[in-house]
Design a protein around this ligand. Structure first.
Ligand SMILES: [Zn+2]
Length: 139
C-alpha cells in the first residue's frame, strides 16, 4: 500500500465517520460511540453488495462499523446515505436483543428459520427508516 493511497483511505474513512456522527446526532443517538474500521477485502464475501456493516454493543452504547474498499466506489451522496442506513440499525438494537433471547429459547430445528426471517425483517426495517429519514431530513 502506497503512502498516498493510505492517506486517501484515511481521508475517506474520516469523511464517512463524520457522516456517521452527523446522522447519529440528527437521530438523537448521541450516547453512542463508534469505531470505524476499513476492511482490506469484502465486508461480506457472500454478498458483494454489502459495503458496510455495523456491530452494535447496546449495553455499552458502542458500535463498530466495518467498511469495505468498495464503499469508495459509491457516489458521495450514496456514501452519506449508507452512513444513515447503518445508523438506522442502531434504532432497532433493543428489538435485536429481544429476538436473540427468544430465538435461544426455540427448539434447535426452528432457530435457523427464525434467524433468517428476523434478518430479513431487521434489514427491511432499517431500510424503511433510512428512506423516511433521507427524505425528511433537513438539509
Ligand atoms: Zn443494513
Amino acid at each position: 500500500m502506497t503512502k498516498k493511497k493510505l492517506s486517501t483511505d484515511m481521508e475517506r474513512l474520516n469523511k464517512f465517520t463524520e457522516e456517521l456522527h452527523k446522522w447519529r446526532d440528527r437521530l438523537w443517538l448521541g450516547k453512542w460511540r463508534f469505531n470505524v474500521v476499513l476492511s482490506e477485502g469484502a465486508v461480506d464475501p457472500e454478498n458483494e453488495r454489502v459495503v458496510a456493516r455495523i456491530t452494535p454493543r447496546p449495553r455499552y452504547y458502542h458500535a463498530t462499523f466495518t467498511v469495505g474498499p468498495s464503499l469508495w466506489d459509491q457516489s458521495p451522496e450514496d456514501q452519506d446515505r449508507i452512513a444513515l442506513h447503518e445508523i438506522c440499525h442502531l434504532l432497532v438494537t433493543d428489538m435485536c436483543a429481544y429476538v436473540e433471547d427468544v430465538v435461544e429459547e426455540l427448539p434447535t430445528d426452528q432457530r435457523n428459520f427464525a434467524c433468517e426471517r428476523w434478518q430479513e425483517v431487521h434489514e427491511k426495517t432499517a431500510s424503511d427508516l433510512e428512506t423516511i429519514f433521507w427524505n425528511r431530513a433537513p438539509s
